[in-house]
Design a protein around this ligand. Structure first.
Ligand code: SAH
Length: 395
C-alpha cells in the first residue's frame, strides 16, 4: 500500500476528525497510485495517522476511511459501517414496509462518497467519489441483503463526479428492475417517487420533519408551495386540512407527479392547483394582482454551489423572501429554506431579516428548522450541515 506524507502542521483538521485531505496538505504526490486505491497517511515526521482513498483528480485528494491502524479497509469493514448506519435508522423507526429514509449520508456516517436512500423495498445509491466507486459491488450486495429489499438502483448522475474523474452512471445494481414510481408513506400521506428520473434519488427526504411542521399549521389555510417539486409540502398541508394549495415549480414532470399525488391522497383536485412557472415571476404576478396567502413555503434549489456564489445567492434568497413576505395575509406564516451548505444559518437569518425590512413587513421568527436525524452532521464535518429554515410570522 502506498504511503502519503503530509506537510508539517497540515494534519490538524484531519486529526480532529475532518474526513478530507486537500491537495495543499500533501508533502509529495505519488504518480504510481491508481485512483481509488487505499493509501496510508502519515504526518511529516512519519507518524502513522490514517487510511484513506486516493483521488488524484479532485482537490480533495484523500477521503479518510479510518484512523484506527488495526482496521483494514476491506469488504467486511464496508459491510460493518453500512450495518451501523442502517441500525441508526432502524432505531429512529424509519425502516419498515412503505417507509422511506436516508440510510447512509456519506462522510457523516463514516462512508465518504456514498449516499443511500431507501424507498420501501427499493434502495437507491449515489457514488460520488472514486474511492467508494471501487466498493460498489460490495455495497450493492450488502444492501440487497437487507430485509425486504427487492431492488438496488444506482443514481450516480451527479455533476460532482466529474471532479473525481468519474462518468455519470445510472441503472440496476442488484435485484429486480424498479417498475414505475415507488409508493411510500410519510405520516398520513402517500407519495410516488420516481427513482429512475426524479431529482436526487427521487424525493426530498430531508424535508420529512418540516413537512410535518407545515402540516401542523395548515388547517383551513390557503397555501402557496413555491418550488414544490412533486408537491409533498402541499399534499401534507392538504391532508391536514388546508383549504387550498398552489404548487408552483418550473418542472412539468414534477408537477405531473404532484397532480397524481393529490388523487392518490383522496384530495379534491379543486383544492390543489398546479402551476408550471418560474417562482420569481409567479410571486411578482401575485403581488401585482394583490393576491395573498396564509402560508407560504419557499424551498428553492441550492442557489450557492460554491463559496464564490454566496453573494449572488444571498441576493436571490432576499428577492424571493421579500416577495413572499409581501404576499402574506395578516397573521400569515412563511416557511423559508436554504439548502446551500455555503450559506450559514446566521447568514440566512440576516438575509431574511433584510427582506423583511425592505418588504416593510412587521414579522418575527417563531421557529428554526433543520435537517432530520437520518441526515446527521459529522461533529468535525460542518460541510454536511446544509439545510436550514425559518418560520416567520407576520403581523
Ligand atoms: N419542496 C420540495 C423540494 C424542492 S427542490 C419537496 O419537498 O419535495 C427545488 C425545486 O425547485 C425543484 O423541483 C426545481 O424543479 C424547482 N425550481 C428550480 N428553479 C426554479 C424556478 N426558478 N422556478 C420554479 N421552480 C424552480
Amino acid at each position: 500500500m502506498a504511503t502519503i506524507r503530509l506537510k508539517p502542521g497540515a494534519d490538524r483538521a484531519m486529526l480532529r476528525g475532518h474526513p478530507w485531505i486537500f491537495a495543499g496538505a500533501l508533502a509529495d504526490e505519488p504518480s504510481d497510485v491508481v485512483p481509488g486505491d487505499t493509501v496510508e497517511i502519515t504526518a511529516a515526521d512519519g507518524t502513522w495517522l490514517a487510511r484513506g482513498a486516493w483521488s488524484p483528480s479532485s482537490h480533495i485528494r484523500i477521503r479518510v476511511w479510518t484512523r484506527n491502524r488495526d482496521e483494514p479497509v476491506d469488504a467486511g469493514w464496508i459491510q460493518r459501517r453500512l450495518e451501523q448506519s442502517v441500525a441508526w435508522r432502524v432505531r429512529l423507526g424509519l425502516v419498515g414496509p412503505g417507509l422511506a429514509c436516508r440510510l447512509v449520508f456519506g462522510e457523516s456516517d463514516g462512508l465518504p462518497g456514498l449516499v443511500v436512500d431507501r424507498y420501501d423495498h427499493t434502495v437507491v445509491c449515489q457514488f460520488s467519489a472514486v474511492g467508494m466507486e471501487r466498493w460498489k459491488p460490495v455495497v450493492a450486495e450488502a444492501l440487497s441483503g437487507l430485509e425486504g429489499v427487492v431492488s438496488v438502483f444506482e443514481r450516480s448522475d451527479i455533476p460532482s463526479r466529474r471532479y473525481e474523474g468519474l462518468e455519470p452512471m445510472t441503472g440496476l445494481l442488484a435485484g429486480r428492475e424498479p417498475k414505475g414510481p415507488v409508493e411510500i408513506r410519510e405520516g398520513d400521506c402517500r407519495y410516488r417517487v420516481d427513482v429512475r428520473a426524479g431529482h436526487k434519488t427521487g424525493f426530498y427526504l430531508d424535508q420529512r420533519v418540516n413537512r410535518g411542521l407545515v402540516a401542523g399549521w395548515a388547517a383551513g389555510r390557503r397555501m402557496l408551495n413555491a418550488f414544490s417539486y412533486t408537491g409533498a409540502f402541499g399534499i401534507a398541508a392538504l391532508r391536514a386540512g388546508a383549504a387550498h394549495v398552489v404548487q408552483v415549480d418550473s418542472s412539468g414532470p414534477a408537477l405531473n407527479l404532484a397532480r397524481d399525488q393529490a388523487s392518490l391522497n383522496d384530495i379534491d383536485p379543486a383544492r390543489c392547483e398546479c402551476v408550471e412557472a418560474d417562482v420569481g415571476q409567479y410571486l411578482r404576478r401575485c403581488r401585482d394582482a394583490a393576491r395573498t396567502f396564509d402560508l407560504v413555503v419557499l424551498d428553492p434549489p441550492k442557489f450557492a454551489e460554491t463559496k464564490t456564489q454566496v453573494e449572488g445567492a444571498c441576493r436571490a434568497y432576499k428577492d424571493i423572501n421579500l416577495l413572499a413576505l409581501k404576499l402574506l395575509a395578516p397573521g400569515g406564516l412563511l416557511f423559508t429554506f436554504s439548502c446551500s451548505g455555503h450559506i450559514s444559518p446566521d447568514l440566512f437569518h440576516k438575509v431574511v431579516a433584510s427582506a423583511g425590512v425592505d418588504a416593510r413587513r412587521s414579522a418575527r421568527i417563531v421557529g428554526w428548522m433543520d435537517q432530520p436525524a437520518d441526515h446527521p452532521v459529522g461533529l468535525e464535518f460542518p460541510e454536511s450541515r446544509y439545510l436550514k429554515g425559518l418560520i416567520v410570522a407576520a403581523d
